[in-house]
Design a protein around this ligand. Structure first.
Ligand SMILES: O=P(O)(O)O[C@H]1O[C@H](CO)[C@@H](O)[C@H]1O
Ligand SMILES: O=c1cc[nH]c(=O)[nH]1
Length: 236
């Protein structure tokens, strides 16, 4: 057991999908994996391990924001030996060419979080995706004819913003979409020498205010989860 996970050693696979919402972890386990067991209920942050095409894969809720992602990513890597982590999240679109339900592959992460400043003595650090997993996910998404976008995303510690100025600045510089966990995930993956990628479904559009309903978005997760599962299985 680690501090925040009730799993025994060996309960968690080397390959883990990471949704923010613990109920999304349950949904993925019940609908995509076989021979599933729940290894964590601590804090209601459900974690499951099952088989995908005969290979053990876990799916672990992370909660919202860089601090909770940091806790789960660190314990998964350090205490349970996880080697490949793919976040399956939602995001808000920031460019007009993106549509609700499109998929975004986060190649790089810009952030307003001071997490990196703390780690790197006030300097900037550019959290980046694992290139092998990024290119595999891109290829798979294209094969499935999914509307997929690859590029820089905005990681924020704010969901409800004091000002929109910063958001607009990132829009001006071509940043695709906003979310709240990928800076911590990519930075910790680099620290511990493991592989990470964030795959995001557009749940809302910040330019048009369109948003998918909660139920609607569970269905639209289907493509993202399939791309994530196929990507995490390949060794490129
Ligand atoms: O849907 P998830 O994975 O939680 O991701 C996004 O949704 C939450 C905000 O509603 C934040 O966690 C953000 O990153
Ligand atoms: O983090 C997020 C996710 C969706 N929409 C936002 O505005 N922020």
């Amino acid at each position: 057991m680690s501090i925040h996970l009730g799993a025994k050693l060996g309960d968690i696979a080397e390959r883990v999908l990471l949704p923010g919402d613990p109920l999304r972890a349950k949904f993925v386990a019940e609908n995509f994996l076989e021979d599933v067991h729940c290894y964590n209920e601590v804090r209601g942050m459900y974690g499951y391990t099952g088989l995908y095409k005969g290979v053990p894969v876990s799916v672990q809720g992370t909660g919202m924001g860089n601090p909770t992602m940091s806790i789960y990513a660190t314990e998964l890597i350090q205490d349970y030996g996880v080697k490949k982590l793919i976040r399956i999240g939602t995001c808000g679109a920031m460019q007009k060419e993106l549509q609700v339900r499109d998929i975004v592959l986060a190649q790089a992460v810009s952030s307003d979080s001071n997490l990196m400043e703390k780690i790197f003595y006030g300097c900037n650090y550019a959290p980046t995706a694992d290139y092998g997993m990024l290119s595999k996910a891109h290829q798979l998404a294209q094969e499935k004819s999914v509307n997929v976008h690859v590029g820089n995303i905005y990681n924020s510690d704010e969901f409800y913003r004091e000002t929109l100025d910063r958001l607009h600045k990132f829009m001006d510089f071509g940043v695709l979409a906003v979310e709240m966990e990928s800076a911590a995930l990519y930075t910790l993956a680099a620290k511990y020498g493991v592989r990470a990628l964030s795959i995001l479904t557009v749940g809302s559009h910040l330019l048009t205010n369109e948003r998918s309903s909660h139920q609607d978005s569970e269905k639209s997760f289907h493509d993202m989860v399939e791309v994530a599962l196929h990507t995490i299985l390949t060794d490129e």
